[in-house]
Design a protein around this ligand. Structure first.
Ligand code: MN
Length: 194
């Protein structure tokens, strides 16, 4: 039985202040992320055969024939919620740890980091409702920006996620309320990769 765990954050909950506040970080990690994880482990317990495969592979090629459709949706939402948050915490940090290779790739694809930021912010701000904004590498090796609803993941498009921003209100409501654009703008300061 593959029992997934809540990842330990590499920084304290208040490390991203004043951009991401301590209380939001704590609730986001301990409550929201934990709930996706608990639900994921619960459905894997019901279908132990799924626990043999990597979550990313299961999301790329959903095991539609071996799992009840309702459970499959539940699995997809919670495996997505678990993986999306794992990546989200990983790419944040109180200090910049610029990824020179990624920067070079972004400059090649979008002409400049600033131009990329504009495109990404536009995707994030204009996304309706809950979801995530993504920078992905496609299976052809190209960089692409888009948003997806709910806890959907780029794996379903056969893409590899590189950067992501949580657009659920639980990610910003305490500090920013309805001001998603301000949250997106401030996020660049805690995204350590660029
Ligand atoms: Mn979230």
């Amino acid at each position: 039985m593959n029992n997934y765990q809540l990842p330990h954050l590499a920084y304290p909950y208040d490390a991203l202040e004043p951009y991401f506040d301590r209380q939001t970080m704590e609730i986001h990690h301990q409550k929201h992320h934990q709930t996706y994880l608990n639900n994921l482990n619960q459905v894997l317990e019901k279908y132990p055969q799924l626990a043999q495969r990597k979550l990313e592979d299961l999301l790329r090629t959903p095991p539609a024939s071996t799992i009840d459709p309702k459970d499959l949706t539940f699995f997809k939402n919670n495996a997505g919620g678990y993986l999306n948050h794992n990546l989200f915490w990983q790419i944040l940090g109180p200090q910049k740890e610029t990824d020179a290779n990624l920067v070079a790739e972004i400059e090649k694809a979008f002409s400049s980091v600033d131009e990329f930021k504009k495109i990404f912010a536009q995707a994030a701000i204009s996304h309706f409702g809950s979801g995530w904004a993504w920078l992905v590498r496609t299976s052809e090796g190209n960089l692409k920006v888009y948003s997806l609803p709910n806890q959907d993941t780029p794996y379903q498009n056969n893409d590899t996620p590189l950067i992501t921003l949580d657009l659920w209100e639980h990610a910003y409501y305490l500090k920013y309320q309805n001001r998603r654009a301000e949250y997106v703008e401030n996020w660049w300061d805690v995204l350590k990769l660029l």
